[in-house]
Design a protein around this ligand. Structure first.
Ligand code: PAF
Length: 324
């Protein structure tokens, strides 16, 4: 027997002993932030849990894409499995979601998380289905605060005339118009150049985003306005979910819950440390914000939201209290 035939036989025997090659199912998940962030923490937890629970029959790839509208479109046409996205552009696909984008709707994190985990959150997730999307689980981005390079903002008067980048979100744009700002909607991918070139004076984002993206390098003042809670959501392609067996679907949902927990824990941690970190990096942090004045200035927008959104749902959300 030649050396070649002997090694070919040995290779064949090794393959037989190892059994058939494992067919791995690839799942790609995209989000807009660095891996070292609250979305990255969620994506990593999802990856770890799904791969572990399926003994690596599934392989999860995490990618960054800082255009949230584009990611949702890709999920909708089925070229991307999943995205973790803020609700910023989601209302353009699932209009009911605009209700949770209303400023000063949620009192604090416990209120927001409680509502989104309750039947209200489930009802909203169900609204994704007729739009060709699967709303899997609520995650979060955090309470948004205003930054700018022109002045220290403590009252709505200081916002008047500021060019503020907003997400591509009708509710947020209406609110900033009511405050007398000039809202300029754009994808997050365009934000830093727009701030550097002076196309906009300011922007608004939660502390975890400001920290993870070093927005202190392009903005001087941070006002802790907490003007709106920014939910995030894990959205997947219905085709990706339909291809799962019942057992793998259970694993997928367990991984989604692990992602939610890791994401929220990281938001809480960034909330505890982020403001000090931004001070260390040289930002002026304005804590004395006149919240009541902001709420009063938004009164015309609030009246409009009661009519144009779902007034009954907004009341249910406001009135929500934890059980017991
Ligand atoms: O400002 C935004 O567009 C969003 O808050 C971001 C940073 C993409 C996170 O979802």
């Amino acid at each position: 027997m030649t050396l070649f035939r002997r090694s070919a036989l040995a290779a064949g025997l090794a393959t037989l002993l190892a059994g058939p090659a494992l067919a791995q199912t690839q799942i790609t998940i995209q989000h807009a932030l660095p891996l070292n962030s609250h979305y990255g923490a969620g994506a990593l937890a999802f990856q770890e849990a799904l791969q572990r629970l399926t003994s690596n029959r599934f392989a999860v790839t995490i990618q960054r894409n800082d255009n949230e509208r584009e990611m949702i479109e890709s999920v909708q046409i089925g070229t991307l499995d999943c995205t973790i996205t803020s609700t910023g552009p989601v209302g353009n696909f699932v209009p009911a979601v605009r209700n949770v984008d209303v400023p000063f709707l949620f009192r604090d994190y416990a209120h927001a998380r409680g509502v989104l985990d309750s039947e209200i959150g489930q009802e909203l997730l169900a609204q994704f289905t007729p739009r060709g999307l699967a709303g899997v689980i609520w995650m979060e981005n955090g309470f948004r605060h205003l930054t700018n390079s022109r002045r220290e903002v403590t009252t709505p008067e200081h916002v008047r005339g500021l060019k503020v980048r907003t997400m591509e979100n009708q509710v947020h744009m209406r609110a900033f118009t009511a405050l007398g700002a000039l809202p300029t909607p754009m994808a997050f991918s365009e934000l830093v150049p727009a701030l550097q070139q002076g196309t906009v004076d300011g922007q608004e984002n939660p502390i975890p985003v400001i920290v993870a993206n070093n927005l202190n390098q392009v903005q001087r003042h941070l006002s802790l306005t907490a003007h709106v809670y920014s939910p995030a959501v894990l959205i997947c392609s219905p085709a990706t979910l339909a291809a799962l067996s019942a057992e793998d679907r259970a694993h997928f949902m367990a991984a989604a819950r692990a992602a939610q927990e890791a994401n929220r824990n990281r938001v809480s941690e960034d909330e505890r440390n982020g403001v000090d970190e931004l001070r260390r990096r040289g930002m002026t942090v304005i804590t004395e914000v006149d919240t009541a004045a902001f709420q009063n200035a938004l009164a015309p927008a609030f009246a409009e939201f009661e009519r144009t959104l779902d007034g009954a749902l907004l009341r249910r959300i406001r009135d929500w209290r934890p059980a017991g």
